[in-house]
Write a protein that binds this ligand. Structure first.
Ligand SMILES: [Zn+2]
Length: 314
């Protein structure tokens, strides 16, 4: 046995974590992602960073047991990535590439939403549960599903792409996917801003956000936390849409807990209570349903989960 590395490869930044044999985080760092040359420099950069760490710590190469990677796109079981727009990869296998640099090390790769879910499941808010769903509220809405310790990939790698499930809220505007009324249109940072602008336009009610020229999702959350009634209404609509969606998922596969992460979740309790309220209103067949809580690992979830993927398997 030996140490492990978890690597979360994003479009602008690569997060690295060095882990002990037992999977405890020893050190973490990050580096900018060089996507030039169709992303061909990314894997050599990953290898260089890991070597720099091991050489610096006096760890021999046979002291590295595994390297796990999180990729911002679909990854098949063999590690093959058909397309990854953010990294400019087309028909590329990062596992095989990294294998060339570390032939005797166990290497694995998975979709970053799934690795983030694994991170929360093993080391974060999902630690005490058997089944869990992670929902990340960022620019868009993403998700990862863990059932009995395994990532649910689905037949096409689509499982967990919950942003484009209908939120059961009437909506005329079209979503980026071509549908209308997707969860993504409400519960993402983009969705929150969209709904807030709509409320400001359609309602006469005063709001501290009326004076602001540019509004971010963070502004809306902060205004809601300060008790701004229109911003509170906006959060209720947006997180209510997510709560509706979670009620669907409970009826489909009944996870024990929903863990809410991503930038928007930084607003904390105001988000959770609005999601819970809508969720409970839709749950008739069972009394309480799943627990709903905030993520514990935040931005580290993907990097921690990448290590868990190679340690424990997906
Ligand atoms: Zn959509």
């Amino acid at each position: 046995m030996g140490m492990f590395f978890g690597v979360d490869i994003g479009g602008t930044e690569i997060k690295f974590g060095a882990f002990s044999e037992a999977g405890d985080l020893l050190e973490k760092w990050s580096a900018p992602t060089d996507i030039s040359d169709m992303g061909r420099k990314i894997i050599p950069d990953v290898a260089r960073h890991i070597r720099q760490y091991t050489v610096g710590k006096g760890v021999r190469e046979d002291g590295v047991a595994g390297i796990g990677m999180g990729i911002p796109g679909p990854v098949d079981k063999a590690g093959y990535v058909r397309t990854c727009v953010n990294l400019r990869w087309n028909g590329f296998n990062p596992v095989e590439e990294l294998k060339k640099e570390f032939p005797d090390v166990k290497i694995a790769a998975g979709n970053d939403a799934n690795t983030a879910a694994l991170g929360e499941y093993y080391r974060g808010a999902g630690k005490n549960y058997d089944s869990m769903m992670l929902i990340t509220l960022g620019t868009g809405v993403g998700g990862g599903i863990i059932m009995n310790g395994k990532v649910l990939l689905g037949a096409h790698g689509l499982a967990g792409e919950i942003g484009h499930v209908s939120a059961a809220v009437p909506e005329k505007e079209q979503c980026s996917c071509g549908n209308t009324g997707c969860i993504d249109q409400f519960a993402s940072a983009t969705g929150i801003v969209r709904i807030m602008k709509r409320l400001l336009k359609e309602r006469k009610q005063d709001s501290i956000l009326r004076k602001q020229e540019k509004i971010s999702a963070k502004d809306v959350c902060e205004a809601a936390c300060q008790g701004d009634a229109l911003a509170v209404r906006c959060i209720d609509i947006c997180m209510g849409a997510l709560g509706n969606g979670l009620a669907y998922f409970s009826h489909a596969f009944d996870p024990e807990v929903y863990v809410i992460g991503g930038g928007v979740s930084g607003a904390g309790e105001i988000i959770i209570s609005a999601v819970k309220k809508a969720y409970r209103e839709k749950m008739f067949l069972i009394q309480d349903g799943a627990d709903i809580c905030l993520s514990k690992l935040g931005n580290d979830a993907g990097m921690v989960g990448a290590c868990m993927l190679v340690m424990n398997g997906g």
